[in-house]
Design a protein around this ligand. Structure first.
Ligand code: BGC
Length: 384
């Protein structure tokens, strides 16, 4: 049986465990959440202070850094009401600066890869910062994940959240135009985590913002996600070359390991030997969502950990979903809870436009022009 968040909170309260298991915020959550609280997390080498914001609503607890808008922790209960931090991260800023593979970070200006860091727009060619072999990945050497964002907490009705602002100057990482980005993290009274992205520019540019949370619904540091069950509402995906750049084809998932239209465990076909999996060391592809671009977020994927019962449902207005099965985690990073992260110890589900779209006229456009506002939303709904 899948319980929704309200059932669990009501059940836990009835069992008298609210204060110990759910934390003191749960009572307030029912009446509109707890005001975000700020504390010092650490300092950058130049002395800049990095703060951590903690917020809670509807039974979900979120910890966010002003550095990269990083989700440093996200705690949700299992079917018995026991909380776990289900997102990979570090307990100190130095590790984020020195070695994070984008744990929990906001990604910009462009989620995923742009081939050779090059594209042409309105007849003009641009060279971006290259940081992944010959290619530009997640915005280049110093993407949005490696900047301090201005953070403004809010409570609105029964919602609590944070507005995060970052202005990327004209030419930063090679991208044209000054891009003003605003990202809003909202925790609703049902414990949903919603992300609303907005951006404007003063010159024609390309933009593709996303969030890079590494999920392990069993809890970070508890081992593999291969037994997690996943469904993705997509009949096609974008195959890549050996540098993980899309070839331009929208290939059918039918009859391949990429078919997640019916729920299956991630481990079931991950070693199927398909050439696309061999070159990516697992799943690291963009699924072409059947619904396409929509005016409002629609459900596109469900992830479930059978052991804890925790579930994550993703709804988005975006046309693509990058499912990355943590292939490059290699046992060299020690996370928040003191455990080492190994290959496949987490997965990412990044809602987005397609990788390398600026070089593929057949992909939905990522061009943003002066006078337009880039707006996209993704909602994470948790259950157990
Ligand atoms: C990409 C992977 C990459 C990872 C960064 C994902 O979005 O698809 O190829 O290695 O981010 O850690």
């Amino acid at each position: 049986m899948e319980l929704n968040r309200r059932t669990v909170i009501a059940g836990a309260a009835a069992a008298g465990i609210a204060a110990t298991t759910l934390g003191t915020g749960s009572a307030e959550a029912a009446s509109g959440g707890r005001k975000p609280v700020k504390e010092l997390f650490g300092k950058l080498a130049d002395g800049t202070k990095v703060y951590r914001w903690s917020l809670e609503n509807g039974g979900t607890r979120l910890r966010v850094l002003n550095w990269g808008g990083v989700v440093q922790g996200l705690e949700i209960p299992d079917r018995k009401g026991h909380y776990a931090n289900v997102s990979l991260g570090f307990d100190n800023i130095d590790d984020y600066v020195a070695k994070t593979p984008y744990f929990g970070a906001l990604i910009g200006r462009y989620g995923n890869r742009i081939a050779k860091g090059q594209f042409t727009l309105d007849g003009k060619s641009y060279q971006l910062s290259v940081n992944d072999g010959d290619n530009s990945l997640h915005g280049g050497k110093q993407g949005f994940d490696k900047h301090i964002w201005d953070v403004e907490p809010f409570t609105k009705g029964s919602d609590v959240g944070l507005h995060l602002h970052y202005t990327s100057v004209d030419g930063e990482m090679g991208y044209p135009g000054t891009l003003r980005a605003k990202v809003t993290y909202t925790l609703t009274k049902h414990g949903d985590w919603r992300i609303d992205y907005e951006a404007t520019t003063d010159k024609a540019t390309v933009v593709n913002l996303t969030s890079h949370v590494y999920w392990n619904l069993g809890g970070e540091g508890t081992g593999t996600i291969e037994d997690h069950e996943l469904s993705i509402a997509a009949g096609r995906y974008t195959p890549t070359d050996s540098g993980l750049i899309p070839t331009g084809e929208l290939a059918k998932v039918a009859g391949t390991p990429f078919d997640f239209r019916k729920t299956k465990s991630i481990g079931r076909d991950i070693r199927a030997g398909h050439v696309q999996q061999v070159q990516a060391k697992g799943y690291d592809h963009n699924w072409v969502l059947d619904k396409g671009i929509t005016a409002k977020p629609e459900h596109v994927a469900t992830l479930r950990d059978p052991r804890s019962g925790r579930t994550l449902k993703i709804a988005t207005d975006q046309p693509g979903l990058q499912f990355y099965s943590g292939n490059f985690l290699d046992g060299t990073l020690t996370g928040t809870g003191g455990h080492t992260y190994r290959q496949g110890d987490a997965l990412c589900l990044e809602t987005q436009h397609f990788p390398d779209a600026p070089n593929h006229p057949n992909f939905p456009s990522t061009v943003l022009r002066p006078g337009q506002t880039y707006r996209t939303s993704t909602i994470h709904t948790f259950g157990c």
